[in-house]
Ligand binder design. Sequence first.
Ligand SMILES: Cc1cc2nc3c(=O)[nH]c(=O)nc-3n(C[C@H](O)[C@H](O)[C@H](O)COP(=O)(O)OP(=O)(O)OC[C@H]3O[C@@H](n4cnc5c(N)ncnc54)[C@H](O)[C@@H]3O)c2cc1C
Length: 350
Amino acid sequence: MRLIVVGAGLSGLAVARTLAASAPAISVHVVEKSRGVGGRVATRRRDGVTFDHGAQFFRPIDAAQESFFRHTLPHDSLIDIAKPVHTFDAANRITVGDSVQNNEPKFVYREGINTLAKLIRPTTMTLSLQTRIQHITATATGYSLYSDHDVLIDSADAIVFTPPAPQTIALLQASTIDEIVKKQLITGLSPATYRPCISLSLLYAGVFDPDYYALLNNDRAHPVSWLAVEHAKHASRVPAGHTLLTAQLAPQASRDVWNDDDASLTATVDGWVRTLTGHQLPAPLWGDRQGWRYAQPDGRADATIMQSYEQSHGLYFAGDAHTGIGRVQLALSHGNAVAERIATHAGAHK
Ligand SMILES: Cc1cc2nc3c(=O)[nH]c(=O)nc-3n(C[C@H](O)[C@H](O)[C@H](O)COP(=O)(O)OP(=O)(O)OC[C@H]3O[C@@H](n4cnc5c(N)ncnc54)[C@H](O)[C@@H]3O)c2cc1C
C-alpha cells in the first residue's frame, strides 16, 4: 500500500513513525510545503539566540507518553522547565499560577522545541519539502496529488490530511474527487475554526531574570495572551548579558496589528511587555515576528463524518483540527491513533 501524508507537523510525523514500526509494508511519502519538519512546533535562530516562535513546551498526556519522551526518544537535550508559569490580568496584576499545573512536566529541548520533530521523524519515510499540495484527483486505483502549476507529485492508495482545517477545506475544494464525499468532508471539518496569533520575540541588551518562566493572561482581556522568558528554558538559548522575551498576542490584538510594519509592531508590543513585567531594559535590539493565521483550533471536526471515508475511500485526517485543543502531545497521539487504523484497514500489521 502507498500512503501520502500531507504535512510534516507532529501529527503527520507521528503517522509516519507509527506505520514504520507497525506496518513497514506500507510505503509512506510525507509532503510538506515549508522548508523543514515540525509545522507549528517551530524554532528560529537569529544572532546567537534560539527561540520557539510557535508551541512553547509540551506535556505528556499519560505515563506511557511521558516514558516515550523521557526514555524511548533520545533525551540528552530534553529539558523540564523548572520555573513556574504565573498569571496576569487586564490590569497587569501578576499572580502565582496554578500549583498543580506548575508541578507537571513542561518539556522542551535545549536546542529548541523543533528538535522533537527531528527525533520523531522515522528514517524510512520519503520526505518532500517545499512542496505544497494544491489539488488531488481521484484515479481508477487511488489518488494523484499535484502541487501548484499542476505538477504531479505522487500517486497513492490513501491520503492523510494534517493541515489546519481551513487549509484542508481549501485543498478539498480545489480537488476532483466524488462530490458527495467532498461536501460531507467539508461539512465535517467546518466546526474546527482557528484563531490567529502573532508571536513577537524581542531581544534586549541587559538581563531581566524574573522568578517565573512565563506569564499567562487569565481574563482574556489583555492584548498579550502569553509572555515567555527564553533563557529560563536553558542559559544557552540567549547570549550572556541579553534577554529574549517571546510575546504571543491575543486573537483580536493579532488581527488589529496584523498589517503593522515590523518597527511599529515591535514598539507597540515592547510597550505592552514593559508595562506588564516592569522591566527597565533599554529599547529592544530587534523584534522578530511570526504571524500564525491558523494558530490553534477553537472547535473540533466531526469525528463521525471524518472517519466515514477511511476504509472505503482511503481518506484519513489527523492533527489538532480533530482534537479540538491545540497541543503538541494531542497532535502526536492523534497521529498515532490514525496510523493504527490505517494499519488495521490495510491488514498490514506484522
Ligand atoms: C503560537 C502557538 C503557540 C502554541 N503553544 C503551544 C504550547 O505551548 N503547547 C502545546 O502543546 N501546543 C501549542 N501550540 C499548538 C501546537 O503547536 C499544535 O497543536 C500542533 O503542533 C499541531 O500539529 P499538527 O500536526 O496538527 O499541525 P501542524 O503543525 O500545523 O502541521 C501541519 C503541516 O502541514 C503543512 N501543510 C499545510 N498545508 C499544506 C499543503 N497544502 N501541502 C503540504 N503541506 C501543507 C504545514 O506547513 C504544517 O507543517 C501552539 C501553537 C501556536 C501557533
